[in-house]
Design a protein around this ligand. Structure first.
Ligand code: PNS
Length: 163
């Protein structure tokens, strides 16, 4: 694909090894991978959107073709503003697919130019979610098999285990 670009949107609260794997694989397929951190996710968050953007950008600072931005409001509006109409989402399970299909179809309804493509999560990471990583971290469990080391450190700082 010549000058191809894709938006990989999400809450990323926090970035998991599964997310990171999708970004790295997408960077092999597209010239530009825009990791788009949602500013107003309805979910209760641990990290502020700005913290998430900063940490994800730091994690991918050496990875070519990856940029990390914040977006506010509708994803389809962000797609229009950036002139990138391909969205990427990872699928771990069949239940993910049901949710993702609804979201993809809603986005298509909102803007017919938008296409959503799905990438199957590496089975090694299919048990991981941001929600589980947050819960484990809050209960002082070991998250190093769930999130990149940098994010594990940020989680420890956030919950007061590290200065
Ligand atoms: O990581 P998540 O929480 O599954 O990501 C969901 C996200 C942020 C991609 C989705 O909630 C979203 O696109 N939010 C922006 C608002 C929007 O466009 N909503 C309509 C999508 S159907």
């Amino acid at each position: 694909m010549a000058n191809s670009a894709v938006i990989y949107p999400g809450s990323f609260d926090p970035l998991t090894l599964g997310h990171a794997n999708i970004v790295e694989r997408a960077a092999e397929l597209f010239d530009r991978v825009i990791v788009a951190v949602a500013k107003d996710s309805s979910k209760t968050s641990l990290f502020t959107p700005e913290e998430r953007q900063r940490d994800i950008a730091a994690y991918f600072s050496e990875t070519k073709r990856v940029e990390v931005v914040l977006f506010k409001g509708l994803l389809v509006e962000f797609a229009t503003e950036t002139n990138v109409f391909t969205l990427l989402r990872g699928i771990r399970t069949v239940s993910d697919f049901e949710y993702e299909l609804g979201m993809a179809q809603s986005n298509k309804e909102l803007n017919p130019r938008v296409e959503t493509i799905f990438m199957a999560t590496d089975p090694a990471f299919s048990f991981i979610s941001s929600t589980i990583a947050r819960q484990v971290a809050l209960l002082h469990g070991d998250v190093r098999k769930m999130v990149p080391q940098l994010i594990a450190t940020r989680l420890e700082e956030k919950i007061g285990l590290r200065k």
